[in-house]
Ligand binder design. Structure first.
Ligand code: C2O
Ligand code: CU
Length: 487
């Protein structure tokens, strides 16, 4: 049923894309064009990567973890050839981009998955500047290491920073612990609550993880556990803490850090020792800068922050929220002589934390206030002891698409009736989240805390069939996905 509406065109390996649905083509024609083209080949393949003193066998693009960032400017035509050298079908999803629907990379919804040995040519215009990323949309493949940043520059953006670095966080399992397919199979059998938890899982009734009741508090905003898969290690830019990624900068600079959480199942509490964070963008879109010491970044979310660099070597840490796992760790080095810091849990981690109500969009990024034309419930819940995760009481494949009409302002009322947090992601759009002022900040992935309700508004201005799902990859695969369709 989800394939109805626009109809799924069969795209054979290597064949050029046929004419799109007229509504999709018309939306693409309205995007700004720079006249420039970015060409890239991405080869998804099994490989061995060095995490820094530890070699692991896994799947990546081009043998790199993360792959080289894709970089473009607003209006560029992105042409990416995906070559599938994996033993499974795969796709690429361009997370956060409001792009043409037929390039969104959702198998059986926007395109057939690309068979092993086959290839597919993506071609789409990038309409909005910001920090995005890409990953497969087939099963839990994201959790193998198939991901990379996608940065869209805005030539008109005022130069408010001197230098920049991209930091990608990841919870690491494949090639070390169990593979994502094994984790998923176990979750189907035992539920999310008992995976990898040994004796702790059942105590919590399944699905609540290891930490007791999981009630969110000010000190522990996600509840006492964020997930159930335990990861032996966490990475920044593909590196273990023992041989960390190093950001080199000069002291006294405004350094923009683009933060991306590519973890399948882990939210991170982020801080830079000796520095405060000026938060400037949420999921690619500018906000009025807010200065904090730490922030929590859920799976799929991005934040851009600016730090004014001190003189020395500083820990850059991402601590798995609610898990006893070791932290992900990088270094910021501005002085060649200084020694690495001994303290990899800087005090900033427990100081002032960013919360959603502090955020508001800049005037340029704000969506004009308007009464929604339609309100849709998106209720998130668990069933069968964490074996199934549901939207509006149903698992993916059982839903009719959420009814939306082109041109409407749509309000999603996301109601989390479970004891775990769910980073809910909407493809192909950004929504506006009401803050304290009228200017809602823009996001495409919102971390909905246990038992909380959040309303977000978006404009139905990008026709197609769009997935909305929890970016805990295992929750999504266990059913917490639905489709929104209009033309
Ligand atoms: Cu990162 Cu369905 O997306
Ligand atoms: Cu979830």
């Amino acid at each position: 049923a989800v394939g109805a509406g626009l109809g799924i065109r069969r795209v054979l390996a290597g064949e050029p894309v046929g004419p799109a649905d007229p509504a999709v083509a018309a939306a693409e024609a309205r995007r700004p064009s720079s006249g420039r083209t970015i060409d890239r080949v991405l080869r998804a393949r099994p490989t061995t990567v060095d995490l820094g003193g530890r070699e692991v066998a896994t799947w990546t693009y081009d043998g790199l973890l993360p792959a080289e960032p894709l970089r473009a400017s607003v209006g560029d035509l992105m042409r990416v050839r995906l070559v599938n050298d994996l033993p499974q079908p795969t796709t690429i999803h361009w997370h956060g981009l409001a792009l043409r629907n037929d390039m969104d990379g959702v198998p059986d919804l926007t395109m057939p998955a690309v068979a092993p040995g086959a290839r597919f040519d993506y071609a789409f215009t990038v309409a909005h500047p910001g920090t995005y990323w890409f990953h497969p949309h087939v099963g839990p493949q994201l959790d193998t290491g198939l991901y990379a940043p996608l940065i869209v520059d805005d030539p008109a953006e005022p130069g408010r920073y001197d230098d920049e670095a991209v930091l990608v966080f990841d919870d690491w399992t494949d090639g070390w612990g169990d593979s994502p397919d094994v984790i998923l199979a176990r979750a189907r059998r035992d539920g999310m609550g008992s995976m990898g938890m040994g004796d702790m899982g059942d105590m919590n009734g399944g699905g609540m993880g290891s930490g007791g009741m999981g009630m969110p508090t000010a000190a522990d905003p996600l509840g006492s556990d964020t997930g159930d898969v335990r990861y032996p290690a966490h990475l920044v830019n593909g590196r273990l803490p023992a041989a960390p990624h190093v950001i080199t900068a000069r002291p006294g600079q405004r350094l923009r850090l683009r933060l991306i959480n590519a973890g399948a199942d882990t939210a991170y509490r982020f801080a830079v020792g000796g520095h405060r964070l000026s938060v400037t963008h949420t999921d690619g879109f500018p906000v009025e800068p807010v200065t904090v010491d730490t922030l929590i970044i859920g799976m799929g979310e991005r934040y851009d922050v600016v730090v004014t660099t001190g003189d020395g070597v500083f820990p850059v840490v991402a601590v798995p929220e609610g898990k006893p796992d070791p932290a992900a760790f990088a270094l910021l080095r501005t002085a060649s002589s200084a020694r690495p810091p001994a303290d990899i849990r800087p005090p900033e981690l427990t100081r002032q934390r960013l919360e959603y109500p502090m955020l508001q969009a800049t005037p340029a990024a704000a969506v004009t206030a308007r009464t929604p034309d339609r309100e849709l419930a998106v209720t998130l819940s668990m069933a069968d002891g964490g074996r199934r995760w549901l939207i509006n009481g149903k698992a993916y494949g059982q839903h009719d698409p959420l009814p939306v009409r082109s041109g409407e302002r749509v309000r999603l009322v996301i109601d989390n009736r479970s004891m775990m947090f769910h980073p809910l992601h909407l493809h192909g759009h950004t929504f506006s989240v009401a803050g304290t002022s009228g200017r809602g900040f823009r996001k495409d992935t919102i971390n909905v805390l246990p038992m909380q309700r959040v309303s977000v508004d978006f404009d139905a201005d990008n026709p197609g069939q769009w997935l909305s799902h929890c970016h805990n990859i295992y929750h999504g695969e266990l059913g917490m996905m639905t489709v929104l369709s209009y033309r």
